[in-house]
Design a protein around this ligand. Structure first.
Ligand code: ATP
Length: 243
């Protein structure tokens, strides 16, 4: 692993009186798969959106790939899969992919080359002409992931990418994430699945806008004297045990 792909310092974000992110600081190394784990409402999505500049942070500093955010140029090197569906329902899979390709300024040739590969990865070859509205929820998530990966980003931010995706494809996705990481792509991912969190190099457990612990998931299990990550997670987020 190389230098820091992401530096977050003292990030704060409130919605009115509600403090969603309460001064988070963490770093993610180049090529690392870093998970954000936390109960519903812990502040994970707010953290991600503030990192990307989609939400205006109240305080703190964020650097992605060495550049202070917000920075539009850096966003070209970032792939983002939001939790909510960011697809045009009345367009086909191919038309949605094309839309993202234009956004990321891919040439027609680059698009054609990458399209096949990406559709295969998400298990949607042959479905190019299907309307998004006609797809199942899981299939729509797969198209969203394809859109985030199309321009081969150096930094991937995935907000619960595998919700509604069947176990077989979930395993495929994770194999691909690991391959990307080996090639130096950095991945910041949120998940509620403990088996996925165990596959991360490190995780930050977030609760009520604060980081409770950041470490390798196996170490967190060990240091909280837990049988597994789920038990460690419950101890850390319900009973406030520190790892
Ligand atoms: N636009 C908003 N306006 C007001 N409050 C918000 C808004 N978005 C989020 N919140 C609140 O901020 C807190 C953090 O929400 P956030 O979506 O960041 O949590 P999360 O950890 O991503 O949750 P989940 O696991 O359910 O996706 C919650 O209390 C939520 O209700």
């Amino acid at each position: 692993m190389g230098g820091d792909a992401l530096i977050v310092r003292n990030l704060k974000k409130s919605y009115g009186h509600l403090v969603a992110v309460n001064g988070l600081s963490f770093k993610v190394s180049e090529g690392e798969i870093f998970g954000l784990l936390g109960p519903n409402g812990a502040g994970k999505t707010t953290t991600i959106k503030s990192i990307l500049g989609l939400l205006k942070k109240d305080a703190g500093e964020v650097y992605i790939l060495g550049k202070k955010m917000p920075n539009k140029e850096i966003l070209k090197k970032v792939g983002y899969m939001p939790q909510e569906l960011a697809l045009y329902l009345d367009l086909t899979i191919e038309e949605n992919l094309k839309f993202y390709a234009r956004l990321y300024e891919l040439t027609k040739e680059e698009f054609e080359n990458k399209k096949e590969k990406i559709l295969k990865l998400v298990g949607l070859e042959g479905f190019e002409n299907k309307l998004i509205a006609e797809l199942s929820g899981g299939m729509q998530r797969r198209v969203s992931l394809a859109c985030a990966l199309l321009h081969e980003p150096e930094f991937l931010i995935l907000d619960e990418p595998t919700v509604g995706v069947d176990p077989h494809l979930r395993a495929n996705f994770w194999e691909h994430f690991r391959e990307l990481s080996k090639r130096g792509v950095t991945i910041l991912i949120t998940t509620h699945y403990m088996d996925e969190a165990m596959k991360c190099d490190r995780i930050a457990i977030v609760s009520e806008g604060n980081i409770v612990t950041v470490d390798n998931p196996n170490k967190i299990v060990k240091e909280t004297n837990s049988e597994n990550l789920e038990e460690a997670f419950l101890k850390l987020t319900l009973y406030g045990v520190r790892a």
